[in-house]
Design a protein around this ligand. Structure first.
Ligand SMILES: [Zn+2]
Length: 178
């Protein structure tokens, strides 16, 4: 295991798609309903449709965990540790009454239960990694699912996870999105 590190939440970023979103938001409801004729023809657009205005916010956090890879021949078949970093990007079309997609304070809280569960633990001993290999790819999917679950109760479906990226080292990442 590598030395313990502090894992501050850092580098939270907001990203809006500029004036397009503001113009859309300033339209009266009737105009909004009729402005997306292409969307109507295609039925309900996917939540992450590139045609719809979208806000994004991003949060990063770190954790240190042990793991080993099953059905793998090489150094990573032996137990060892990483100082991982996770980046989660959330997206949604509607801001709340304060003009936020999600308060950054809540954004940190969304990640915390998942981080607390796996930090300074052997991943292979924890669900779902008792069966699933704790590869960076599967850890990214794990964060995607867990964060979406946390968000569902918090935002009533207004905000979804867009993607999750896991850094296993400074130079190697795995990303998951749906
Ligand atoms: Zn490893």
């Amino acid at each position: 295991m590598q030395p313990c590190a502090s894992h501050p939440f850092a580098n939270i970023r907001r990203k809006g798609q500029g004036n397009q979103s503001h113009r859309f938001d300033s339209l009266p409801d009737a105009a909004r309903r009729t402005s997306g004729s292409k969307m109507k023809m295609c039925g309900t657009p996917a939540w992450n449709s590139i045609e719809a205005p979208m806000y994004e916010i991003t949060v990063e956090a770190g954790f240190s965990s042990g793991h080993y890879l099953r059905n793998y021949h090489g150094k990573c078949e032996n137990p060892h540790g990483h100082n991982y970093k996770v980046r989660v990007t959330l997206a949604g079309r509607e801001l709340d009454a304060s003009g936020l997609l999600l308060d950054f304070k809540l954004l940190k809280q969304v990640l915390k239960p998942t981080i607390d569960r796996i930090d300074h633990q052997m991943l292979n001993d924890l669900e779902p990694f008792t069966e699933l290999n704790p590869s960076a790819e599967n850890i990214a999917k794990f964060f995607y699912n867990e964060t979406n679950r946390q968000l569902a109760g918090m935002t009533d479906g207004r905000v979804r996870v867009k993607d999750c990226t896991i850094w296993e080292t400074d130079t190697t990442t795995a990303k998951y999105s749906e």
